[in-house]
Design a protein around this ligand. Structure first.
Ligand code: DP6
Length: 322
């Protein structure tokens, strides 16, 4: 095959990945666990172009150059090396995350690229291999290869892959607080955290424990414990990031107001738990039967969107090629 198309979805971590042990191999400091979403996918077609002198990258119909193209080429170099094929490629991507949603697209983007590129370059990879490859593009992409719920073990180059884990059905209510671009990327902020945050060691050891507790809470189908671990781990991550020098503050006043509101909802008997990534938006988990009530209680803070556990990276028919 010389052309293939794949689709993948974003994921939101319930136990966060924050920090790298090896930034070339993209090995994380700790394991993490996430829910893959069922909307806002990235679709990517990779087509080998034997005549071309460089890779070509289009996103939402626009030709992309500079750093994003360099990242795609660096990633395709890995695929070319594994495949023993030197040909360049044209990569056409469509990202359905509304720009205003503020959800990072590197997870869905590199998961879709890993699957499409591996097929276009004739590599026969199983999902663990695709996850390992996606990791080299962006850490969180490791988990977007896997449907529903994924655990990504820290591991080494061979074992640092995501796999499926059973968890109780739940909904993720995404509250978009701020449409603006974040000031500092996760990648930069992670480096600064490791170098300057005095809380980094505590972050690493508490996250290792959180992941073990999360695994047993999932095995017990215990939504309450899953929720508590999720919220605590997210706020610990933000505390660690805030302690950088110079400090980084991703949470906005409205983000904190949502965390408070979610606590009030729990006190009034509606069980929900909040988490937030490297930006001001807040994602709230709830049992499926409570999701509408939780979403209704959060509309005052921004636009809300309720999502269910979604599919892993999947190949599409040629008719869907971009
Ligand atoms: C806060 O995967 O975007 O969303 O590996 O440098 O590409 P790189 O970073 P990225 O970081 C995600 C950080 C997070 C937490 C998480 O998804 O686990």
């Amino acid at each position: 095959m010389t052309k293939a198309t794949a689709r993948a979805y974003p994921n939101i971590a319930l136990v966060k990945y924050w920090g790298k042990r090896d930034s070339t191999l993209m090995l994380p400091l700790t394991g993490s666990m996430s829910m893959t979403l069922d909307d806002f996918p990235t679709t990517t077609t990779v087509e080998r172009t034997p005549e071309a002198a460089a890779d070509h990258f289009e996103l939402n119909g626009e030709v992309i150059e500079g750093e994003p193209l360099r990242r795609v080429t660096k990633f395709l170099d890995l695929v070319r090396e594994q495949a023993g094929i030197r040909e360049f490629a044209a990569v056409r991507s469509k990202n359905e995350v509304p720009t205003a949603a503020g959800l990072a697209s590197s997870a869905s983007g590199f998961a879709a690229l890993a699957l499409a590129a591996s097929k276009a370059y004739d590599l026969s990879l199983d999902p663990a291999d695709v996850s390992r490859l996606a990791r080299r593009g962006s850490g969180s992409a490791t988990r977007s290869v896997i449907p529903h719920f994924a655990v990504w073990r820290a591991g080494d180059d061979e074992t640092s892959v995501a796999e499926a884990i059973d968890a109780p059905d739940m909904r993720m209510i995404v509250v978009v607080v701020n449409a603006g671009n974040k000031e500092i990327s996760s990648r930069e902020a992670m480096k600064r955290t490791a170098l300057t945050s005095p809380f980094n060691d505590a972050w690493v050891s508490s996250t290792e424990q959180a992941l073990e507790s999360m695994m047993s809470a999932c095995a017990d189908n215990d939504f309450t414990r899953i929720g508590r671990i999720t919220e605590t781990n997210a706020l610990r991550m933000h505390a660690t990031i805030q302690a950088c020098d110079p400090p980084i503050l991703y949470l906005a006043p409205t983000s904190l107001a949502i965390f408070n509101k979610v606590r009030e909802l729990r006190e009034s008997g509606l069980e929900a738990y909040a988490t937030a990534d490297a930006g001001p938006n807040v994602c709230v988990i709830a049992r499926p039967e409570d999701a509408d009530a939780v979403a209704a209680a959060l509309v005052e803070f921004g636009s809300v969107r309720t999502m269910a556990p979604g599919p892993g990276a999947e190949l599409l028919a040629d008719s869907e090629a971009l």
